[in-house]
Design a protein around this ligand. Structure first.
Ligand code: ATP
Ligand code: MG
Length: 246
């Protein structure tokens, strides 16, 4: 095929130019992102760091199409987000992005299986397929024995693994995780990190906001934010690291 013969460098998977976000609080304008330029290559694992209020969550939300910038441009996998209407943005989120939040965001009245199946309804996947896919993903995150449990009947680490399985239902290219281990004990946190690392090594592009220095062990890049600006964008290794037992 012609595309395998392409010798020009591939355009970055994420291209951000002059990205700004301000929030109006009454008469005050709060600047969350003060003009960010950023390129992130496909199949990288970026750890996003910075003090509280530096704009980390805001950046992830904008990249995930969960909120709109005040200025600037975001292109992900060749798709320009600022040109999209709400429907197009919803399709982008569904097809391209898997979002993992600190607070899990599971539906409390639904079992693990139902929580994972839920987003597939909007993708028009038939019922039986939804079920088998959800089972497969829950098995993949080690929750085969907990599929009929509701969130209140699971540990924090198990709930977060349900959230990870749910983020993967539509096989997203881009995984965005905002402090995914923040609410977890050490060993549950380590297991989520392993899972994110496996997703990276299976070819996904991963961005994780975290205060946990152990996450750097899995990263190819680190991105430091301060006052809504990038202060540092370091490369550890260009390619995915091999799986090492820790
Ligand atoms: N919805 C909002 N309305 C008003 N201000 C906001 C809103 N969301 C964020 N901000 C402000 O924007 C700035 C960046 O917030 P953001 O949530 O991105 O920080 P953060 O780096 O994720 O911090 P933390 O580590 O505490 O989660 C902060 O000053 C915050 O108060
Ligand atoms: Mg945050």
């Amino acid at each position: 095929m012609a595309e395998t013969e392409n010798h020009a460098p591939a355009p970055a998977f994420i291209r951000v130019q002059g990205l700004q976000k301000a929030f109006r609080m009454g008469s005050i304008l709060v600047t969350a992102l003060a003009g960010i330029d950023l390129e992130i290559q496909a199949r990288t694992f970026t750890v996003v760091m910075g003090p509280s209020g530096s704009g980390k969550s805001t950046l992830l939300y904008l990249l995930g199409g969960l909120d709109r910038p005040s200025g600037g441009r975001i292109e992900i996998s060749g798709q320009v987000l600022d040109n999209m209407d709400e429907n197009a943005l919803a399709v982008f989120r569904r097809k391209t992005v898997g979002f993992i939040f600190q607070s899990f965001n599971l539906v409390q009245s639904m079992t693990a299986l139902e929580n994972v199946e839920f987003p597939m309804r909007f993708a028009g996947i038939p019922g039986r397929l939804r079920r088998s896919r959800a089972m497969e993903l829950l098995e993949q995150v080690g929750l085969k024995e907990r599929i009929h449990h509701r969130p209140t009947e699971m540990s924090g680490g198990q709930q977060q693994r349900v959230a990870v399985a749910r983020a993967l239902v539509n096989d997203p290219q881009l995984i965005l995780a905002d402090e995914p281990t923040g609410n977890l004990d050490t060993s549950s946190g380590a297991s989520i990190m392993q899972t994110l690392s496996e997703l990276h090594r299976s070819g996904r592009t991963v961005l994780v906001v975290t205060h946990d220095p152990r996450m750097q062990h899995f990263a190819t890049h680190t991105l430091h934010l301060l006052d809504g600006k990038i202060t540092n964008h370091d490369t550890f290794q260009e390619t995915a690291p091999l799986l090492v037992e820790s």
